[in-house]
Design a protein around this ligand. Structure first.
Ligand SMILES: [Fe+2]
Length: 271
C-alpha cells in the first residue's frame, strides 16, 4: 500500500544524499587516426560548480583521484563556480594547484564563470575574477587561444574557445596558430552547441561539459532537461563529421541532485 510513495522518497533521498557525491571513474578510447606513438592519457573533467552545495573539499577529493589515474594532460572545460559567492577562493586556488603542480593543466571558462549570461543571473559580469583565480591555481586558461605542447615526445595542438552562451566563442583567433599538419588538434569548448562555430576549423577531438550529462536520467525516458539544442552531444563520446566530441557528465552539479548520472572523472586514451 505504501510501496510507491516509499520508493519515491527513497529515490529522492538517494538522488539528494548519495549520488551527487558518488564519483565514477570512466575510461574511453579515442582514435584520431593521427598516428600518436602511444595513447595519450587525457583526463577530462568539468563543471565543478564550487558553491554551498559543492564544497572545495569534494573537489580536492576528485582531483586526488584524477592524479591517481596517471594522466599526461588534464583539461578542465569550465563552470568552475555556480554563482559569485559561496566558495573560498584561496582554498580553491590551492585545490587547483594539486593538479597543476603535477600535470600540465589547461582550462576554458563556462557560462557560470562570468559574462553576459552570468550577468543576467546577477553574478559575475565578466570572467576576469574566475580567470584570475584559475590562473593563480597554476592552470593555463585558453580563451580563444591555443598552445603547442609536446608530451613524452608527442607534439599536440591544444585549443580553447570562449563560452557560446556568453557569446565569447571566437573560432578564428582561437585556431590562428594551429598547425594541423604537424600534430593532432584537441579543442576545449564548454558548451557542445558551440561545435558548429568551430566546424570549419581543423580539429580531431573536442572536449565539452555544460550538460552535466542531464544530471537526472529517468529510466525509460531520459533526462527531462538538457540545456543544449543539439542533444546528440548531451553526453559521452560521439561522432561529428569525421571527428569526435566528448561531453563529460561533470564533477559538481546545480540544485544538489543527481539521478542515474553519477559525477564523472573521464580518462580518454587518445591515439
Ligand atoms: Fe555547468
Amino acid at each position: 500500500m505504501f510501496g510507491l510513495p516509499t520508493a519515491s522518497l527513497s529515490a529522492y533521498g538517494y538522488a539528494k544524499l548519495i549520488e551527487p557525491g558518488w564519483l565514477e571513474e570512466t575510461q574511453k578510447t579515442v582514435s584520431t587516426g593521427r598516428g600518436l606513438r602511444r595513447p595519450l592519457r587525457l583526463a577530462h573533467i568539468s563543471d565543478f560548480h564550487a558553491s554551498g552545495l559543492i564544497p572545495v573539499s569534494f573537489l580536492e577529493q576528485a582531483f586526488r583521484r584524477v592524479l591517481a589515474m596517471k594522466p599526461d594532460l588534464i583539461c578542465l572545460t569550465g563552470d568552475f563556480v555556480t554563482a559569485d559567492n559561496d566558495f573560498d577562493p584561496a582554498r580553491y586556488e590551492s585545490a587547483l594547484q594539486l593538479l597543476s603542480a603535477k600535470v600540465p593543466t589547461f582550462a576554458v571558462l563556462g557560462n557560470h564563470d562570468g559574462g553576459i549570461w552570468a550577468a543576467r543571473e546577477g553574478w559575475f559580469a565578466n570572467h576576469k575574477y574566475i580567470r584570475n583565480l584559475v590562473t593563480r591555481g597554476g592552470v593555463q586558461v585558453l580563451h580563444n587561444d591555443s598552445v603547442k605542447l609536446e608530451i613524452d615526445g608527442m607534439p599536440l595542438n591544444l585549443v580553447g574557445v570562449g563560452d557560446w552562451w556568453s557569446e565569447e566563442l571566437q573560432a578564428r583567433p582561437a585556431f590562428e596558430k594551429v598547425d594541423y599538419q604537424s600534430a593532432p588538434v584537441i579543442v576545449m569548448n564548454h558548451n557542445p552547441d558551440g561545435k558548429d562555430d568551430c566546424g570549419l576549423q581543423p580539429w580531431d577531438l573536442m572536449l565539452c561539459g555544460h550538460t552535466h550529462g542531464g544530471q537526472v536520467i529517468i529510466p525509460f525516458y531520459g533526462p527531462p532537461i538538457v540545456p543544449i539544442i543539439d542533444t546528440r552531444y548531451a553526453v559521452g563520446l560521439n561522432r561529428y563529421q569525421s571527428r569526435w566530441i566528448h561531453t563529460t557528465r561533470g564533477v559538481g552539479n546545480i540544485r544538489g541532485i543527481r539521478f542515474n548520472c553519477r559525477p564523472e572523472l573521464s580518462m580518454l586514451l587518445v591515439s
